[in-house]
Design a protein around this ligand. Structure first.
Ligand code: GLC
Ligand code: CA
Length: 559
């Protein structure tokens, strides 16, 4: 398998609005990020992915861009950006930017012009359709943020498509001029020194209007998506050694191979949603189900096996759109520290590039809001209105519980730097409330505590640099039938790693005597400080106990 820097790297995602505020207005900014770079360097991550920092009216917190070449007013200036990227590079890290080009803001100059009439030079930059003969919507697609995906524009007597909010009109990628604009703006940022792109909902750029199907089937994985990505690759990426990761809702492992097989020259890796959707129901994420380990294991294993040697995985359990992983898959209470470390084994010991979402390295939990008015995210408010008030699909009680579990603001609350009143994030009033548990869960406390989640992450990251098997080893699942345990091996030449995770808050036993001998293997890592390798190969695992054995660990210790 070809070795690449972006396979060996660990990526850290920053949501700039919530990371660090430098001027007391309650909103994180670029100058704030700069003041925290030493912390990130100490953690050891290689790449910083910043959620969008471009000019935006912030209908969707910057995922609605009104000028791709300007910095968001609240975040600072171009000079701040230059200072930031300069420091990031000086510290030996890289910067990946968010490329949001499935849609723009409705306040983008292209859209203002496009909507004016049917003949202006940009009339075909967006997706405009006539009403049906009876005056109704062009089709019955609905928006990811609730309601129809079409909004009427009297100037043109036509509807425009918006897969997301009505302030996020979809660009018409079938128009070559639009594609040229996108490649130009990408080149602009490459010239500013960015090291790669995280591409927002990039598998939505090609749409098919007349295929029978339902909802998402229409606009995910359209017929020309691969053609466009190859063209983009040729225009901007080829020969530049940049990192690319495409956000691809609805993509299967087969799609992932098609996007990431090196010989196809499209993307380095994609973000799948399959493992994030396992605890949803027919009405999507708000129709929550209890999380089941067996489903998660089966899904992750399938991705491991199907991509090995063909494409490349990205590994994440949370981000700015998903609840906090400890609250969702672990125990945010009594076993928070143990379960956060155990979950970190999944993103760091499977094959793929690990992504850490800000605060994950502290074991941050879902936001402790008590009323939905404390939430800021349009998705949550629209969903409440649509599902509770308009269509009455869910009771207020159900929806409140759904928000508690799934609202995106769970992950967007300010970064918890210290125990001071606003967690060291701001001296003003934060745009979204700070979690009260920052008094206990914060970076300052964890830096001082060798047994903290932070230090466990630091260890995982440094081990990755030493051990090619963590990056390139082949995955083999163990005990796949068990619903309480997630275990696997990684194999590379003579090197072998064995990863055992108790996924429950109870005590369980496991017998690995047939897999390893005590002579052969030594302890590599554990999330309990008094773990001991067993003589018999039989183990009693405490709540969320996880350990990793490595067959060359002994030699390593001697060196
Ligand atoms: C992606 C982003 C999400 C945003 C949406 C529309 O899913 O991660 O935050 O709301 O695209 O841009
Ligand atoms: Ca600020």
């Amino acid at each position: 398998m070809e070795r690449k820097w972006w396979k060996e790297a660990v990526v850290y995602q920053i949501y700039p609005r919530s990371f660090m505020d430098s001027n007391g207005d309650g909103i994180g900014d670029l100058a704030g990020i700069r003041t925290r770079l030493e912390y990130l360097r100490y953690l050891g991550v290689d790449v910083l992915w910043l959620s969008p920092f471009f000019k935006s009216p912030n209908d969707d917190n910057g995922y609605d861009i009104s000028d791709y070449r300007e910095i968001m007013t609240e975040f600072g200036t171009m000079a701040d950006f230059k200072a930031l990227i300069g420091d990031i590079h000086r510290l030996g890290m890289k910067l990946v930017m968010d490329l949001v080009v499935n849609h723009t803001s409705d306040e983008h100059a292209w859209f203002r012009e496009s909507r004016r009439d049917r003949t202006n030079p940009k009339h075909d930059y967006y997706i405009w359709k006539d009403p049906k003969a009876d005056g109704s919507l062009p089709n019955d697609w609905s928006s990811v943020f609730s309601g129809p995906a079409w909004t009427y524009s009297p100037e043109r007597d036509q509807y425009y498509l918006h897969v997301f909010s009505e302030k996020q009109p979809d660009l018409n990628w079938d128009n070559p001029a639009v594609r040229r604009e996108v490649y130009d703006l990408m080149q602009f940022w490459v010239d500013q020194g960015v090291d790669g792109f995280r591409m927002d909902v990039i598998n939505l750029i090609s749409k098919e209007f007349f295929r029978p199907g339902e909802g998402e089937d229409y606009f995910f994985m359209g017929p020309r998506v691969h053609e466009y990505l190859r063209e983009m690759n040729e225009a901007v990426l080829a020969g530049a050694d940049l990192m690319t990761v495409g956000e691809c809702p609805g993509a299967t492992p087969e799609d992932a191979v098609a996007f990431t097989a090196p010989e196809r020259h499209e993307l380095n890796m994609i973000f799948t949603f399959e493992h994030m959707d396992l605890d949803g129901g027919p009405h999507g994420k708000w129709d929550f189900r209890e999380f089941e380990l067996k489903k998660l294991k089966a899904n992750l294993s399938a991705w491991q096996e199907k991509l090995h040697g063909r494409g490349w995985n990205s590994l994440y359990l949370n981000n700015h759109d998903q609840p906090r992983m400890v609250s969702r898959f672990g125990d945010p209470g009594r076993y928070r520290v143990e379960s956060a470390k155990m979950l970190a084994n999944i993103t760091h010991f499977l094959e793929g590039t690990p992504y850490i979402y800000q605060g994950e390295e502290l074991g941050m939990t879902n936001l402790d809001f008590t009323h939905r008015s404390e939430l800021r995210d349009l998705e949550s408010h629209n969903a409440w209105q649509d599902l509770v008030e308009v269509r009455g699909i869910f009771s207020p009680e159900h929806m409140m519980e759904a928000l508690r579990r799934k609202a995106r603001d769970n992950a967007r609350s300010p970064m918890q730097w210290d125990a001071s009143p606003e967690a060291g994030f701001t001296t003003g009033t934060p745009w979204l409330k700070v979690n009260a548990n920052h008094a206990i869960i914060n970076a300052e406390a964890q830096l001082k505590d060798r047994a903290s989640v932070f230090h466990y992450y630091r260890k995982l990251i440094s081990l990755r640099r030493e051990l090619p098997v963590m990056v390139y080893g082949e995955y083999r699942e163990l005990f796949s039938e068990r619903a309480d345990l997630f275990a696997w091996e990684r194999l590379l030449g003579e090197e072998r790693l064995l990863v055992i995770n108790n996924f429950t808050d109870g005590t369980i036993t496991v017998d690995i005597s047939e897999l390893v001998t005590k002579e052969e293997f030594a302890l590599f890592l554990s999330n309990y400080d008094d773990f001991a390798v067993s003589e018999t190969g039989r183990y009693t695992l405490r709540p969320y106990e996880a350990f990793v054995l490595y067959n060359e660990a002994k030699e390593r210790e001697e060196v």
